[in-house]
Design a protein. Structure first.
Length: 255
């Protein structure tokens, strides 16, 4: 199961984060209800949107929470979906550890190709941004969809239940819009015929996340829950559906 989320605690650099108090009594009750539903799926592994380099840090906090009920001191992390969903569910189900599967080129000290990719993408992105101007073909449509997404994240999510927000973020429509605004839209405005290269760059991280997940699956695991930003779910879902070793379970089957 791939659970696409918004970033509860604002603990990542994403521009589109809902502004909300996840520690309020109301939100905590809603999260409890979501955890009860997800527990019925009974995942044996829970994976999160942190890179493997943070594995020891994440699991030290997780073990402290499981063994001593110690809540992380950092407020943004304590409010995050990593703690509120992944760690709390893991403790409830006695999952032995949390598995980080994200990827960031700038943190990759092993792969020379990844380092070159990061440098190239930054330069390419700067060049592309200089050439795209409001009113250009496709850009107004892109802005309309992005404004709708941002309004949902900042205005709607704070006033609807957590379950409803998660269900919306995991619909086919949201995933299609995220695929367009985050990847395909680069080819609407295609200066120097480089839109495809920019779209390809955005997929680079997703391919590595996919690879990290496959390599992290243990031999006896039958059910996996991935808790990750909703913008990644569409493409990852398609890839897992194409892989003969996996079956994708829709979030709506449990929430």
């Amino acid at each position: 199961m791939l659970l696409g989320t918004y970033h509860f605690g604002g603990n990542t650099p994403d521009k589109n984060k809902a502004i909300d108090d996840m520690m309020s009594q109301k939100r905590q009750a809603e999260i409890e209800a979501v955890l009860e539903d997800l527990a019925k799926f009974n995942p044996q592994q829970i994976m999160i949107e942190y890179t493997p380099r943070y594995d020891s840090v994440i699991n030290k906090m997780y073990q402290a929470y499981c063994n001593e009920n110690t809540v992380p001191k950092q407020k943004s992390f304590a409010e995050s979906e990593t703690f509120q969903i992944a760690m709390r569910l893991g403790k409830l189900l006695k999952v032995p550890r949390i598995t980080p599967v994200d990827f960031a080129e700038r943190e990759d000290t092993v792969s020379a190709i990844a380092a070159l990719n990061w440098s190239y993408r930054k330069k390419l992105g700067q060049y592309f941004g200089d050439l795209v101007k409001p009113g250009d073909y496709g850009i107004s449509l892109l802005n309309d969809i992005r404004q709708s997404q941002t309004k949902f994240l900042t205005d709607t999510i704070p006033v609807i239940p957590v379950r409803e927000a998660l269900l919306r973020l995991n619909t086919n429509q949201w995933q299609q819009d995220a695929m367009y605004t985050g990847k395909l839209a680069f080819m609407d405005k295609n200066p120097a015929n480089m839109g495809a290269e920019l779209a390809e760059m955005t997929m680079f991280r997703d391919f590595h996340i996919f690879s990290n997940i496959i390599n992290a699956v243990t031999a006896k695991t039958e059910r996996i829950l991935l808790v990750i930003g909703a913008s990644h779910v569409g493409v990852l879902t398609n890839w897992f559906r194409s892989h003969p070793s996996f079956e994708v379970v829709p979030v709506a089957n449990y929430l």
